[in-house]
Design a binder for this molecule. Sequence first.
Ligand code: ADP
Length: 156
Amino acid sequence: MKIALFPGSFDPFTKGHADIVQRALPLFDKIIIAFGTNSTKERFIALPEMINCLEKIYKNEPKVEISSYSGLTVDFCKKKGIQFILRGLRNYTDFEYERTIAHLNQSMDKSLETVFLTTTPENSSVTSTIVREIIRFGGDASNFVPKVIDEYLKKR
Ligand code: ADP
């Protein structure tokens, strides 16, 4: 069974994230979307709220599981029997950052392989940061986030 971890902050989860998950589905038997909770950064959208949204989005997709973890990604992978880490690449800044993390993870666990999917052109400038700015200033983020998230953001 091929299991991939898609780790991130997803604050909030965007159409860019959703696109990576969708395109990775044929590659794996299971994808665990997991919130890494080590960051000292305070979240814009509370973790339980975002988890709730993701559970709604993927309720009819048996291959997708939502989770969260603290501690090292490699330890979480070992515990869950995960062999692959899934990440998305938008630009060379992402690449430089992702390469460092991938090498680091590989040095800690040789059997763990990081798989990268490039963003689609329409999602290449979608970032959680931009969505947060739009929401802060009362704008409409519906072009950048899945419908469930947009509805949540609007009624909050
Ligand atoms: P992190 O805090 O770990 O960087 P993010 O939630 O920002 O977490 O991103 C999680 C993953 O999704 C990263 O691999 C990131 O490069 C990727 N990603 C973010 N936005 C997009 C997008 N628009 N298209 C493709 N991949 C994306």
